[in-house]
Design a protein around this ligand. Structure first.
Ligand code: FAD
Length: 286
């Protein structure tokens, strides 16, 4: 099934997981998937670190297991910055063999240690290429606060329109902590004629280190309300976790009330946190 079809009848709930670090075995992710499955997600997506630091082998293996062993619709992330056309063709044929028809097509971050191959300058180039080479459903990334390389929000939305016109069937946002950014972005997207479903990406933040890393990577704004609990509870693990969960639930309740197409939860491979959030909002999803 294609993820874009899910939005016809309901608000979509999905989870994102990442392949475990090389030091811990790949099997550690499967107990998380087993638990996430009990929360009936519409799909689970599996990341793939661009920049040469990761291989796509584990992403493929996990995405295939999610679909074929756990019976949950899966999405494979595919950043192309360090790939050439033959690499992508090979991946497409592997995905097809595994029965995976949903791809989150990305450019990926440029890592100075691994110069880009420049075959796919932007995600839109990759999307066109995938569309020409198979019947895949394409998901693409979008940025409520603007992508960090963009000159301004107008340029960013024009580039997003190119991405959608190239064949993106559905969008997932970068994480954000102030829903007003999402609402303004959704309005800009509508004005630009972007009419594919937009799922809001929500990350429950349960420790300060996690957010410091995320802010460096994603350059998102941290509202005062968010910083207050981070600062107050940074040395109290349980309080920090509970406050992070409550903050994410509050964001999701507001988004659902405002008619968001769906929620994509960055689970950080933590099914306990996903469950707490799921239980708090499950009755609101329909
Ligand atoms: P693009 O859409 O190519 O955009 C990159 C920049 O180029 C933007 O500033 C854009 O405005 C500009 N641009 C785009 N098209 C044009 C054009 N035609 N002309 C001029 N400028 C243009 N990274 C990973 O490595 N692995 C993952 O698994 C992963 N998963 C992600 C999941 C989600 C939901 C999100 C939101 C991000 C994810 N990322 C992942 C991060 C992503 O790779 C980075 O944010 C990367 O910097 C941009 O990727 P993109 O596909 O959005 O790029």
């Amino acid at each position: 099934m294609k993820t874009s079809e899910l939005f016809n009848n309901k608000r979509v709930l999905s989870f994102e997981i990442f392949p475990p670090k090389r030091t811990s075995g790949i099997e550690t992710i499967y107990s998380a998937v087993n638990e996430l499955k009990t929360l009936s997600p519409d799909f689970i997506s599996v990341t793939y670190g661009a920049g040469g630091s990761d291989t796509n082998e584990n992403t493929l293996k996990i995405a295939s297991a999610v679909k074929n062993d756990y019976g949950v619709l899966s999405v494979a992330h595919l950043p192309s910055v360090n790939l050439d056309k033959n690499d992508v063709l090979l991946l497409l044929s592997e995905l097809k063999s595994a029965g995976i028809e949903n791809i989150l097509a990305l450019r990926g971050d440029i890592n100075p240690d691994y110069p880009p191959k420049n075959c796919f300058k932007y995600a839109s180039d990759l999307i066109s290429f995938i569309k020409e080479n198979g019947d895949f459903n394409i998901i693409a990334a979008c940025y409520p606060e603007g992508h960090y390389e963009s000159k301004n929000l107008v340029n960013d939305i024009r580039n997003l329109k190119i991405k959608v016109d190239s064949g993106a069937d559905h969008l997932i946002t970068q994480l954000f902590f102030d829903n007003n950014y999402f609402y303004s972005f959704r309005e800009r997207a509508a004005i630009a004629g972007i009419d594919v479903p937009i799922q809001a990406g929500i990350m429950p933040v349960v420790n300060k280190k996690q957010i410091e890393r995320m802010v460096t990577l994603c350059k998102v704004d941290l509202p005062k309300k968010f910083l207050s609990f981070m600062n107050r509870y940074e040395h109290n693990e349980a309080a920090m976790r509970d406050a992070g969960i409550a903050y994410a639930v509050d964001q999701i309740v507001d988004l659902l009330s405002e008619g968001v197409d769906g929620i994509h939860l960055y689970t950080m491979n933590n099914p306990y946190i996903a469950r707490r959030i799921y239980e708090a909002v499950a009755s609101l999803m329909n």
